[in-house]
Design a protein around this ligand. Structure first.
Ligand SMILES: Cc1cc2nc3c(=O)[nH]c(=O)nc-3n(C[C@H](O)[C@H](O)[C@H](O)COP(=O)(O)OP(=O)(O)OC[C@H]3O[C@@H](n4cnc5c(N)ncnc54)[C@H](O)[C@@H]3O)c2cc1C
Ligand code: FES
Length: 427
């Protein structure tokens, strides 16, 4: 022990008692602990500074390299990932550098589908790590008609991607956008949750964490039926082997006989807050969720009951369904008061010849129109892509969230707009 104490630079004079040596050794241990803490703090400080510099650089590059309107991309590779799920690797036709994106963002496609009068607008999340700067990748599930309506037409865009497009084909693509992205300026432990093809944005987030060298504690929950639906299978195994700060939990709701627990999947059943309670040491995480509406509805409301603040729960829905939080974004107070009085606010959909009364429960003007069989084109349903833009013939609107795309004067983005008073829309 004397050797150890001397090594710490604490001189021992002859004749000291065991007690004195123990006390010196205690001091030595405390100093080692203190210096370890200081070293860890310095490391965290350095990591944070690096992350901030990196995010500054990415912001700068994003604004320099982004583009307005459509840009031509060709399909470089088309890769089957699972049953009815294909990845498309896209490279710019002009061979100029790609704008960086934030993990979780999406691309908006304007598709010229044969026999369709108008181009079809659809959004697809970027599914690869933003560290890959030579391509964008989207991963698309081909949609069949709903089981209850087998006579309905299959999904137009997803079937066009799967069956109508081949490597080398050219597509019109708008720049990456979207507000559902991983906050990389923090090292707060994070839980990423993907259900079905809703894996795409959170898979990009997971890969961003891995590629950045971050030591952030990361849990990744993936819910699917069985091995047939399991996308990114090999890469998932690689991430498990390589990153000890990442824990992947794959849940199969209906494993077949050939599915092997411990190899293909970890848990039988659905991704649920009951499972988080079993596996996570606490609820002190940031949660990012994307998946089918029933899963998102259940998980978001159970997280709230578990005491996770709304500010730590971020989600994105792919379809028209929106998550009904207990505290949804509200229209301004005066709008709500005006709507609550009487029958609600009068909205005239002029071209459809319908005069209706809107109340806050109906949600956005787009949802209100759809609920009344009035068709308005939509893409992102989050105020980013500009597809749902509609001319205002009279009146004003207010927005439930900040529009990403700026509508022209005299028009509005119906997916995030509510009426401020009597309104006449050109739809
Ligand atoms: C931000 C965002 C990101 C997204 N990211 C992804 C992603 O990464 N991967 C992905 O696969 N998807 C993603 N989506 C969903 C995607 O944009 C499309 O909505 C999806 O591919 C379906 O489009 P579609 O044209 O194929 O189907 P649509 O033609 O819109 O049809 C949708 C469904 O309705 C059925 N249907 C059509 N007509 C009728 C009818 N008359 N009666 C009854 N049923 C009918 C179809 O059979 C189909 O099942 C994302 C969406 C958003 C908003
Ligand atoms: S649907 Fe994209 S902005 Fe409204």
């Amino acid at each position: 022990m004397v050797g150890v104490v001397e090594a710490a630079g604490l001189a021992i004079v002859g004749g000291c008692t065991t007690q004195a040596v123990m006390s010196l050794y205690g001091t030595f241990q405390r100093r080692v602990r203190e210096s370890n803490v200081a070293a860890r703090e310095a490391q965290l400080f350095q990591q944070r500074a690096q992350l901030l510099l990196q995010s500054d650089r990415v912001d700068r590059e994003r604004s320099e390299l982004s583009w307005n309107g459509n840009r031509k991309f060709y399909i470089d590779r088309k890769v089957e990932e699972a049953k009815d799920i294909c990845s498309f690797y896209l490279r710019p036709h002009d061979h100029k550098p790609l704008a960086p994106f934030l993990p979780g963002q999406y691309l908006t496609f304007q598709l010229k589908i044969p026999d369709q009068a108008k181009p079809l607008v659809r959004c697809y999340s970027l599914s690869d790590s933003p560290a890959n700067r030579d391509h964008y990748r989207v991963t698309i599930k081909r949609l069949d008609p709903p089981p209850k309506e087998p006579e309905a037409p299959p999904g137009r865009s997803s079937n066009f991607f799967h069956k109508g497009l081949v490597e080398g084909d050219i597509l019109d693509v708008r720049a990456p956008s979207g507000h559902f992205y991983l906050d990389q300026a923090t090292e707060k432990p994070v839980v990423l949750i993907g259900g079905g093809v809703g894996l795409t944005p959170v898979w990009s987030m997971l890969n961003a964490i891995c590629d950045s060298g971050s030591r952030r504690e990361t849990w990744f929950f993936y819910g699917i039926m069985n091995r047939n639906d399991h996308a990114m299978y090999d890469r998932m195994a690689e991430v498990r082997r390589t990153y000890d700060n990442v824990r992947i939990v794959v849940c199969y709701s209906r494993p077949t006989e050939s599915c092997v627990k411990g190899r293909d999947f970890d848990q039988e059943g659905y991704v649920s807050v009951a499972l988080f309670k079993k596996l996570l040491p606490s609820n002190n995480y940031e949660f990012y969720i994307c998946g089918p509406p029933p899963m998102m509805q259940a998980v978001t409301s159970d997280l709230k009951e578990w005491g996770v603040p709304d500010s730590d729960v971020k989600f994105e829905a792919f379809g028209p369904a929106t998550i009904k939080r207990k505290s949804p974004p509200k229209p301004a107070q005066d709008v709500a008061t005006a709507a609550a009085a009487g029958d609600g606010i009068e909205v005239v959909f002029e071209r459809s010849g319908k005069t209706l009364h809107w109340k806050p429960d109906y949600g956005s003007l787009l949802e209100f129109a759809e609920a009344n069989d009035i068709s308005i084109d939509s893409g992102c349903r989050a105020g980013n892509c500009g597809t749902c833009v509609t001319a205002i013939k009279e009146g004003e609107v207010s927005y439930l969230s900040e529009p990403g795309a700026q509508p022209d004067e005299g028009s509005c983005l119906t997916c995030i707009a509510v009426p401020s008073g009597r309104l006449i829309l050109d739809s």
